[in-house]
Design a protein around this ligand. Structure first.
Ligand code: GDP
Length: 458
């Protein structure tokens, strides 16, 4: 018999997945920096690195040494034996001084001692694979890290604590109960009619639909909190764009969230209006140029504009929309919703007001003095579809799609009654769609995509 070719084991297969390490703190200077190691054989690494065998979950002062015995840094060791750790595996944390060179030296030492560099999101992925978090909770980890406003941080932590998953699981419970009843009835066909009546199949379906609608609404609001509203600000120099930005931000100054690769060249501010992140792209930088670097920046700004939700066109209330503004507007994608702002009403002697125009809403206001700003805030929130809701969970497009699929299968199921086979099949599909939110039925490639968006060390 021919010998089998050797197979490469999957990194995560087998009783011992590889030991991974990464700098868990943000790059740059900091008072302390943390290296996180997860896997097995960590006490051996600790011994080689510091001649210490730290007790479980206690901070131990240690000297971290290079292979030749020279001191790299001194700091704290904390050991979290499995399963009581973030990943569910043995975890070792090294806290050192937060300089990038010293952190790199410490990390390199850990890699020499047998760990390999973690991939983005690999710690959280392991936490998920080991049942410490479900998929929706794992996604909430990154949403909490990326939260741009206090409201979005609050709803991310709520999802992380499992509130979204709890609702999804409750819905799943109702679905499974109904499926069990149907399947049982299918085994005793002569009692079909009895099932529909006695077990109130219609009533159960309706209650399920109501609850699903409520979860969908809360998730939809959460999606807004997570993604925010992308606003393009357009207008001639001196119409008051900066003044308007400051006014909109008011006291609610948001934390500006850097988005990898774009922040250096796209002029973007993040502010918040009632907790919704407003990503404002200033188009002041869009101009004809021969400068190659500036051209790249401008191309990126256009890419941002492609995914914007609304354009706010600022004009001076005294002169109104002219050829220059019309030329700017002509370049924007046709689907972009539009709000025209007539600024400096104090100079034009006009009242603050909201009025409808053929091409969208228009608001007369004064960015400098504040009259009419509330009208603009409310108009933006309306365009975003925001309504203040209790207990919003952070959610993503993926979740909304799954909830919408579930809703569709349930509606189709309802239309199939009293044909129980088809009814049962649609309920099964509804369960699959709903289960994908928490990862009960989730394809491997989707998992790869979700976790690859995390940073290294998380
Ligand atoms: P940008 O170039 O479009 O960003 O415009 P700025 O925000 O820098 O404003 C240009 C000038 O217009 C500044 O002197 C502002 O104080 C002034 N300005 C902005 N909004 C108003 C307003 O509503 N009323 C008055 N009177 N002046 C304003």
């Amino acid at each position: 018999m021919a010998e089998k070719p050797p197979t490469t084991p999957r990194p995560d297969s087998g009783p011992h997945p590889e030991t991974i390490a990464a700098i868990a703190t943000a790059p740059g200077r900091g008072g302390i920096g943390v290296i996180r190691i997860s896997g097995h054989g960590l006490l051996a690494i600790s011994q080689a690195l510091s001649a210490k065998q730290p007790p479980a979950r206690q901070a131990t002062l240690a000297d971290f040494c290079a292979a030749d015995g020279s001191l790299i840094d001194s700091g704290l060791l904390i050991y979290f034996p499995a399963p009581h750790s973030f990943t569910g595996e043995d975890v070792l944390e090294l806290q050192g001084h937060g300089g990038s060179v010293v952190m790199q030296m410490l990390l390199a030492r850990c890699l020499d001692l047998g760990a390999r560099l973690a991939e983005p999101g690999e710690f959280t992925r392991r936490a998920y694979l080991n049942g410490k978090l479900d998929l929706a909770q794992a996604e909430a980890v990154i949403d909490l890290i990326d939260a741009a406003t206090t409201t979005s941080a609050r709803s991310a932590v709520r999802s992380l604590q499992g509130e979204f998953s709890k609702e999804v699981n409750a819905l799943l419970g109702q679905l499974i109960e109904l499926r069990a009843l149907v399947e049982a009835t299918l085994d005793f066909p002569e009692e079909e009619v009895d099932f529909l009546k006695a077990d109130d199949a219609f009533g159960r379906l309706e209650r399920l639909q109501l609850r699903l609608a409520n979860v969908f609404d809360r998730a939809q609001q959460g999606k807004l909190l997570q993604g925010g509203l992308h606003v393009v600000l357009a207008g001639q120099p001196n119409v008051g764009k900066s003044s308007l930005l400051n006014r909109l931000a008011g006291d609610e100054l948001a934390i500006v969230t850097p988005v990898a690769g774009t922040t250096r060249d796209v002029v973007r501010s993040t502010l918040q209006v009632e907790g919704i992140p407003l990503h404002v792209i200033d188009t002041a930088g869009l101009r004809a140029t021969e400068d190659e670097i500036e051209k790249i920046g401008i191309a990126r700004t256009w890419r941002e504009i492609e995914r914007a939700d609304v354009v706010v066109l600022l004009v001076d209330a005294r002169s109104g929309v002219g050829d220059a503004e019309r030329a700017i507007l002509a370049q924007f994608p046709a689907h972009l919703k539009r709000i025209t702002v007539y600024n400096k009403i104090d100079l034009a002697g006009r009242p603050a007001e909201l009025h409808d125009q053929a091409d969208g809403q228009a608001i007369s206001l004064s960015a400098k003095h504040g009259e009419g700003i509330e009208l603009l805030r409310q108009a933006l929130l309306r365009i975003a579809g925001w309504h203040p809701a209790e207990d919003v969970f952070i959610a993503r497009e993926r979740h909304l799609r799954a909830l919408a699929d579930t809703r569709e299968h349930i509606a189709t199921a309802q239309a199939q009654l009293p044909q129980l086979e088809l009814f049962a099949e649609e309920l099964r599909l509804a369960q699959m769609a709903l289960g994908s939110i928490t990862g009960k039925f989730t394809a491997d490639d989707l998992l790869g995509e979700i976790f690859s968006r995390f940073c290294i060390g998380k």
